[in-house]
Design a protein around this ligand. Sequence first.
Ligand code: ZN
Ligand code: ZN
Length: 411
Amino acid sequence: MPKRTMVENYAALAVNVGANVQQDQHVVVRSTTETRDLAREIVKQAYLAGAKRVHVDWSDDYVSRHGYEYMDIDTLQEIPTWVVDKAKHAIDKGACFISITSPVPGLNQGVDPEKMQKSGIAAMKKLSFFQTHMMANKAQWTIVAAPNTVWSEKVFPGKTGDEANEALWDAIFEACRVRDGGDAVAEWERHNETLSRRNQILNDHQFAALSFKNSLGTDITIELVNDHVWAGGDEVTTSGVRFNPNIPTEETFTMPHKTGTNGKVVATKPLNYQGNLIEDFWLAFKDGKVVDFDAKKEKRTLQNLLEFDEGSSYLGEIALIEHDSPIQNTGILFYNTLFDENASCHMALGRAYPMNVKNGTSMEKDDLEKLGYNHSMAHSDFMFGSEDINVTGIKEDGTRIPIMKNGNFVL
Ligand code: ZN
Ligand code: ZN
């Protein structure tokens, strides 16, 4: 495996900054078979950090694909009780979670989208308690990434095999501030401070709405919920442990009011949904709901997402990211939301984060919904930031204050 020490640093970052594994804590690592070397290193680092037991949940995207292909739709919707029990057990043990993402682009091409849709919904219904636990920050969790050859060759079309994998590793390290001889943990402390200052400024303003405009045709106003909270960078569990849900992260994000979005947004990067790449698309909103849309590629997939459930045609997140960011500056399209969403301003269709409203993590769903929270089992981020985007904050009394000009913060 190449770049041994860099991978060690990256694994240590995932364990100590991402999940912030505590002494005697149980840890669940979720990995595909493609990323077993990183998974092994993360397991080791977790034990070094004091983990009591580290469990690895292996999956294999090719095996899953065969399942979609050959299983009938009813069987696909049967969720074994042991899957539910495993999630319950981890929650009971107070475990934290480290997921390694490594998408295989195009793998699910030709799979009946209804099969993926229905089995996805069935799993999410059975595991909604688990999602609630995570979304309410009752446990630390983090997501990191590792290359696989199909993904690497997609990102670097001129390279093949190990050469492509090495190039993607380099890009991942760069995006995650893991540098040869550097102290990634210290870097991340500074980075978290910058994001926390930005959150503070925006929280103090308590804008009633945000307006976004650029030359591509984005012209949209997004109302924010009252007492909204801007978050980004590290978060704190309900028991007081800091953690970084995403590595990398550059965003500061908050909660749109479910019925308060009006106008048109033009995406600036493709959206990967269920293994399919939706390209060159736009969405038009009225009173929060998508009422019109188009895509040059995979329009049907976009329609699937919008029809996934009631909430998937409304917004659940709006995030600001400077155009001048380490990920944007690599100039690489990663074809992976974890990276691409941190290159550019984005919004998400679907579920909102309870943490984005004051006291939200201790509220019931019904009470959150009264405040304008959007509930959905989907949460799909898409990018619309550009080098000429202007973002304006609109106060309750109509005062307009520039937040970003030409893609960068001026507030
Ligand atoms: Zn986001
Ligand atoms: Zn998101």
